[in-house]
Ligand binder design. Sequence first.
Ligand code: PEP
Ligand code: MG
Length: 548
Amino acid sequence: MVIYEGKAVFEGVAIGKLSVYKKSEQMVKREKITDVEAEINRYADAREVTIKQLQDLYDKAVKEVGESNAEIFEAHQLMVDDLDYIDSVENIIRTQEVNAEYAVAQTGDNFEKMFLDMEDEYFKGRAADIKDITERIITVLSGGGNSGISTDEPVIVIADDLAPSETVQMDKDKILSFVTVHGSANSHTSILAKTMNIPAIIGCDIPLDDELNGKMAVVDGFEGKVYVDPDEEVLAKKTELLNEELEKKKLLEQLKGKDNVTLDGQHINIYANIGNTKDLALVLENDAGGIGLFRSEFIYLESDDYPTEEHQFAIYRQVAESMAGKKVIIRTLDIGADKQADYFNLPKEENPAMGMRAIRICLTQPEIFKTQLRAILRASAFGKISIMFPMIISVDEVKKIKVIVEEVKQELDSLGLKYDKDIELGIMIETPAAVMMAEELAEEVDFFSIGTNDLTQYTLAIDRQNQTLDDFYDSHHPGLMKMLKMVVDGAHKGGAWAGICGELGSDLTLTKEFLAMGFDELSVSPSRVLPLRKIVLETNVSEYKAQK
Ligand code: PEP
Ligand code: MG
């Protein structure tokens, strides 16, 4: 047994096999090539290696799980050799003069969609196989020996660090836990772990050796330790802990359907944060009252080019419809800083966190902004949508945004397209400038939601991505607490409601304080909704205030 240590960013216990995630194996970039024939040959060679890998897997599986269970690897070999698939890849390489990785990824996407659209359940099921072989070929093409986290059973992912654009591509059902060598407590990996309700450890001294692939391990997200090849005693202890955790979750289940009201009658809305439509099930499962933050930029991160109005409309509509009249706050794109999409062609910056990001991109390139606004407004005819704008620093910006929103509404009117004419508009409070202008800003909008992740970063002058500064990152800094109170008071004076959608909103040690400050809403990772409700139900706000 070997024990590695790191910093736990989300509690819980995971027991399973390790999977070493290698960056280069997952990123597919579109690159122009000059020698088409050489690229096609490279693809042919990769097919050969892939088939050999699958044959090895087949042989191994026959020994381990029997012939009928191993058959899948034979079927995959046939798929790699499928003539339609090969024709499509070669055609993309020839006509677009692009690299084989990109052509395979495009073909895989198209075939996967085609299978998913079929009526027959059997063929629908083949979409997952297409995805599997596509990833395998890409991994071979990009020189990787191991196919990332493509696995049949859920695994503990160990990686150097994970960018949002990488985690977004992962099959979430296959992940038991994240363990990263780098990464910070406020990074999107830890946010994702919270959303998925799985333990996560960052800054771990674990080596990223291929040898670790497939080894049994225990991740303890309470003590921040990873036990590789755990001995019987550890395994027994941790299994018991895992069962206790499951038991606690069951108890929280009983809180579903209850109103979020304190012992002395104060009410607060508890909403959930999501990054994509796959998180919707978690929102409903955890009984959130609405969606307080839909990080729409993930739609942009998943795409190779600007997502179209129709594509976005379909997603926003699905979210609005699934929430069936409950509030859905869609944040307009927050690209830049730690969330980069190549096709935006943003110039390299010395200080990306303080650079061209979020609303600044939207105000500089209004066409991108308007496409998104049209999609959101059109979807507002199908549910209860609100729009929220990130990284605001001034009243002037909000006025400019409102002019653009009006223009888009008029366009929709002239086309006879329906939307919610009274759609709520709100802003994120993530900059000290916005805090200081809270009252004036509140007069312009319907609501505020405090992005404490960025507000803390900009207030304490601490890069939220920089792991070495975690010791200085005091999320309870009294200066920050004063700011939160200023924002609630400013909001209420100016006639707006106020919530928190940054990670601090789910800090259960502050729930009573947030209630005392008078927050109207807290939006947290879906898995935190019920633990938060539990504290609200147990709190007497007037007593708490009197004791302070
Ligand atoms: C925040 O800054 O607190 C926030 C919610 O936005 P993000 O984490 O996506 O930057
Ligand atoms: Mg933010």
